[in-house]
Design a protein around this ligand. Structure first.
Ligand code: GTP
Length: 203
């Protein structure tokens, strides 16, 4: 799939105010600073669609972007940023939770993890929450340009082992991306495109 248009639609902290249009929706979430904004900009080919910076915790709302006039890309707030106050964190968590539990058109959630890091408790707990609520998700290992291929493979192996020796029977589908080299762009967009085509054909 080629992205021909990517337009910002609305930001809010209330799932009831998300767009009413029944388009398939794909959400991106992860710990602050995981590279979510950079990935969204890389996928859409727009430098400034999602804001990026070295300062963690910027995205604090549910942001809807309409892609090619036929699906929504949703940029969700980064979770687990330690410097956000407890009350803000709690508020974040409740509106993010509501989004996942109530947004019927959500097709797949991409959980972003930094490929350099060991599996983090907060990510594993978040995936457990998705699993318990039967919300489909994939993992995206970001910033792959920062590792040699052998290190990357080793880290993915460690991740797989952690997942499959805890609550998961198998490793969920995953993608490896880099906002710098555009690694993983085609795979990810084709994955979304295939699902959208299936939905259009009523599969
Ligand atoms: N080398 C490299 N750096 C990256 C990549 N993706 C993001 N970065 C850098 O990592 C930092 C954080 O990137 P962002 O895209 O702003 O991260 P974010 O997850 O949107 O951050 P929040 O708004 O805190 O949720 C920035 O300094 C980026 O330049 C990547 O694929 N490769």
């Amino acid at each position: 799939m080629k992205i021909k248009s990517a337009n910002f639609v609305i930001s809010n902290s209330d799932v009831a105010k998300c767009p009413k249009e029944r388009l398939p929706e794909y959400a991106f979430i992860g710990r602050s600073n995981v590279g979510k904004s950079s990935l969204i900009n890389m996928l859409t080919g727009q430098n400034k669609l999602a804001k990026t910076s070295g300062r963690p915790g910027k995205t604090q709302l549910i942001n809807h972007f309409k892609i090619n006039n036929n699906w929504f890309l949703v940029d969700l707030p980064g979770y687990g940023y330690a410097k956000v106050s407890k009350s803000i964190k709690k508020n974040f968590q409740s509106f993010i939770k509501n989004y996942f539990l109530q947004r019927e058109q959500l097709i797949c959630t991409f959980v972003l993890v930094d490929c350099r890091h060991e599996p983090q408790k907060i990510d594993l707990e978040f995936m457990e929450f998705l699993g318990e609520n039967e919300i489909p998700f994939c993992i995206i290992f970001t910033k792959s340009d920062k590792l040699k291929l052998s290190e990357l493979n080793r880290n993915i192996q460690v991740y797989t082992k952690k997942m499959t020796t805890t609550i998961w029977e198998e490793m969920p589908q995953y993608f490896v991306t880099s906002a710098t080299s555009s690694n993983g762009k085609d795979e990810l967009l084709n994955f979304i495109d295939n699902i959208n085509q299936g939905l259009e054909e009523g599969l």
